[in-house]
Design a binder for this molecule. Structure first.
Ligand code: NAD
Length: 433
């Protein structure tokens, strides 16, 4: 099939590459010229494990190309995927202006029947608006389908190639047939393609993210309670998670959720509810718990030093909002570091992939960066772990102790065994243990 993918971000680039990998001819279109130039010169602008190799192979084999010009990808395509950003507007609702702009550009370049797919996460009712945007700009027939994306950054390629499920919201048999044909190679192991009406598909994505964010905020509140009653949240988690109705995944407490999806999607579902006259109380609480949780680590640090952080220096391990990505959107690290700086402390940070992103778009030269985890520790008063990259999990604690001016670890992800560290002479702080 001939596919156009609009938007070459974390979703569009992975989707385009994976569609090419299953033999389709794919044109990825983005209005960001710098991004497209980098892609055309063989540079992959984001860090996503496995993406570079797959992308280069498909470019080499002529199935995948990148352009800023809709005229090079949309005419004669069977399906166009809209995978542009849907950032939160002022009031928390998802801003779909990029989606509608992409829809208009598709309409201006289509040359015959086409399926236009909302791959971006968009509020209920957006497919109808996309449909209006297209019909106002073309004479050709088309169908709009909702096909939300569930990939996880850091495991995006595997998630896309072998999805747990594919959700297709469509009111057209012709469009559904084409979508089924496209996705058939991805669900050969038997995972379902779930068909439904468009509104259900649009809401499914928000409901899934809202549920996941709820688990995180719930476990963070359990952890905060553990800290007060003298229980260990790891014990509680294992005890709870073995109930198959609950399940053991996604029950870890920490410094709160971040990233480009949970924060904005939680806000957006609250807003959608509000617009329809419903007060979505749980999701409001999930968000406010998360806001407090992002500050918790700073408050622990501040309390340890008696409220005076002037002149203190901290080694930060982990900037990205989670491991295996360079994405720093809404990362808890930003909140913790900014609070430390405001309190008069200095920071030296290490992250295996997100340093450039952090320098360029977030903290610039307000902090120091180090090329290795151990170098960040030199002369620091304490180590603060914010992202649970694997390489942070089992350092040589003798070396860590030697490098710090005092043996103190604030473990925002509960990755270290408290007893081992205390036996080794560290003062250890975790979340709810
Ligand atoms: P992103 O910000 O990384 O990328 C969006 C891209 O779209 C940018 O490169 C931008 O230049 C481009 N763009 C904007 N307007 C355009 C236009 N008119 N024409 C062509 N290109 C245009 O975003 P992302 O993280 O890939 O997310 C995209 C969508 O997918 C969002 O709705 C998001 O909620 C959803 N989503 C994201 C993830 C994730 O893990 N990142 C997972 C599932 C769903």
């Amino acid at each position: 099939m001939r596919i156009a993918v609009i938007g070459t971000g974390y979703v569009g680039l992975v989707a385009g590459t994976c569609f090419a990998e299953s033999g389709n001819t794919v044109t990825c279109i983005d209005i960001d010229k710098d991004k497209i130039d980098r892609l055309n010169s063989g540079e992959v602008p984001i860090y996503e494990p496995g993406l570079e190799e797959l992308l280069k192979r498909n470019v080499r084999d002529g199935r995948l190309k990148f352009t800023t010009n809709y005229a090079e990808g949309v005419p004669n395509a069977h399906i166009a995927f809209i995978a542009v950003g849907t950032p939160p507007g002022q009031d928390g609702s998802a801003d779909v202006k990029y989606v509608l702009a992409a829809a208009r550009s598709i309409a201006e370049h289509m040359t015959g029947y086409m399926v236009v797919v909302d791959k971006s996460t968009v509020p209920v009712g957006t497919a109808a608006r996309v449909s209006d945007a297209i019909s106002g700009n073309t004479e050709h027939s088309f169908d709009v389908v909702s096909n939300p994306e569930f990939l996880k950054e850091g495991a995006a390629i595997a998630d896309f190639l072998k999805p747990d499920r594919v959700v297709i919201g469509s009111g057209s048999e012709r469009a559904t047939r084409l979508m089924d044909e496209l996705y058939e190679p991805f669900v050969r192991t038997g995972n379902p393609i779930i068909h439904m009406a468009v509104a259900g598909a649009e809401l499914t994505k928000y409901a899934a993210n809202a549920m996941l964010a709820t688990r995180i905020s719930f476990m963070n509140e359990i952890a905060n309670l553990c800290a007060r009653v003298g229980a260990n949240v790891d014990d509680v988690r294992r005890g709870m998670g073995s109930d198959e109705r609950i399940g053991s995944r996604f029950l870890f407490s920490g410094v709160g959720y971040g990233g480009s999806c949970f924060p904005k999607d939680v806000q957006a579902i609250v807003k959608t509810a509000e617009v329809h006259g419903y007060d979505f109380e749980i999701m409001k609480a999930v968000e406010s718990v998360n806001e407090s949780q992002k500050r918790l680590l700073f408050e622990m640090i501040n309390a340890h030093y008696g409220g005076d952080l002037t002149g203190k220096r901290f080694a930060i391990w982990g900037l990205a909002f989670k491991p295996n990505t360079d994405d720093m959107r809404e990362a808890p690290a930003i909140v913790v570091i900014e609070a430390l700086l405001e309190a008069g402390a200095t920071v030296c940070a290490h992250d295996p992939e997100a340093v450039d992103e952090c320098k360029r778009h977030y903290l610039g030269d307000k902090i120091e960066y180090s090329a290795s985890p151990l170098a960040a520790l030199q002369g620091a008063n304490a180590l603060v772990v914010i992202t649970e990259w694997n390489e942070f999990r089992r350092p040589d604690f003798d070396v860590v102790k030697e490098a710090l001016t005092e043996p103190i670890i604030f473990d925002g992800r509960n990755i270290y065994p408290r007893e081992t560290l205390e036996t080794a002479g560290f003062t250890y702080y975790g979340i709810g243990r």
